[in-house]
Design a protein around this ligand. Structure first.
Ligand code: RIB
Ligand code: CA
Length: 314
């Protein structure tokens, strides 16, 4: 039985690998890809999402434009990590496939309203603005959502955009507070686990050696994207944050974590966007998220190689 999903994304090189992995997963039925402002502005994330689909030979995928700014705050982008286009590292042709006419939030709402209870999984891998807006506009959709599997947050790893906050949460903390407080089954891939999913030279060279447009794109993207983490953390490669969500949907046993309470800081200027994870159970706040901490990295990279290498390409 395939699992119906909607990927909400701000491509970004790691978003690209997550989308490619999902396109290589017969276990998943991608109802649509909804774009949000994040790594780069919305105008670019909608172009990038379509470039990725066409690169994979899937111009049939429905791509939607969503929110172009956070609920309340000014947009913060991450060109310093992802480059000016958001997909630096490879030059791909401008997309030919159209954007869908419906806006992303309406698509999310309409898809869920037409679905049976607990039948669609949302996979946000950028700021949570689209998801929060849909929940605010149509609270009745909550019971239709099987699970939200998101990339965001950090506890042991602390922040990557501020000393305490991870980027996706930091960009729209009010949206994150709505999502984490919605009472919907929530699985979180924070930096604690994604910083253990770091590319290594042999893996990247394996894709480059394929010599295909797709293989060269994976090598080019990770080769560009790794600069930031190599410089900041001394990492050996690029942390594949967003693909952790899709890998979890395909092979959940690759991951382990705890079902705990996680709250979002929305007021302190010092710790804005922090995911306050009660990992040690020191409060009586109710558990609301499965917060992942460990990964079988060998299994993860083997899965990515197997699935992405099998894509037909353009
Ligand atoms: O902090 C990492 C997250 O921010 C990833 O989703 C990356 O694509 C960026 O959006
Ligand atoms: Ca992302």
């Amino acid at each position: 039985m395939t699992r119906k999903i909607i990927i909400d994304t701000d491509p970004g090189q790691d978003d690209a690998l997550a989308i490619l992995l999902a396109l290589g997963a017969p276990e998943l039925d991608i109802l649509g890809i909804t774009c949000v402002a994040g790594n780069v502005p919305l105008a670019l994330t909608t172009i990038n999402a379509r470039k990725i689909c066409e690169l994979a030979g899937r111009p049939d995928i429905k791509v939607f434009a969503g929110c172009d700014r956070p609920l309340e705050r000014t947009l913060v982008t991450a060109e310093h990590v992802h480059g000016k286009t958001g997909l630096d590292g490879v030059d791909l042709p401008e997309p030919m496939m159209p954007l869908q006419p419906e806006d992303a939030v309406s698509f999310i709402i309409d898809s869920l309203r037409a679905a049976s209870d607990r039948s669609i999984t949302l996979v946000p891998i950028g700021p949570l603005t689209n998801i929060a807006t849909a929940l605010q506009r149509a609270p009745d959709i909550a019971p239709k959502i099987a699970e939200i599997v998101l990339m965001g947050g950090a506890y042991f790893e602390v922040g990557n955009i501020t000393p305490t906050a991870e980027f996706n949460i930091y960009v729209d903390p009010e949206a994150a507070q709505i999502v984490f407080g919605a009472g919907i089954p929530l699985t979180v891939m924070p930096l604690d686990v994604t910083h253990k999913a770091v590319t290594y030279p042999e893996w990247v060279e394996g894709f480059r050696a394929q010599g295909t447009e797709l293989g060269l794109a994976v090598a080019g993207w990770t080769g560009f994207f790794e600069r930031f983490d190599k410089e900041k953390y001394g990492s050996q490669g690029a942390p594949l944050h967003d693909p952790c969500t899709i890998a979890y949907l395909i092979a959940p046993d690759l991951f382990s974590g705890r079902h705990i309470n996680v709250e979002i800081e929305v007021s302190s200027p010092l710790t804005l966007g922090m995911t306050v994870a009660d990992w040690w159970g020191v409060t009586d706040r109710a558990a609301n998220a499965t917060f992942m901490k460990d990964i079988d990295a060998n299994g993860f990279f083997a899965l990515l190689t197997e699935r992405i290498s099998a894509l037909p390409g353009r």
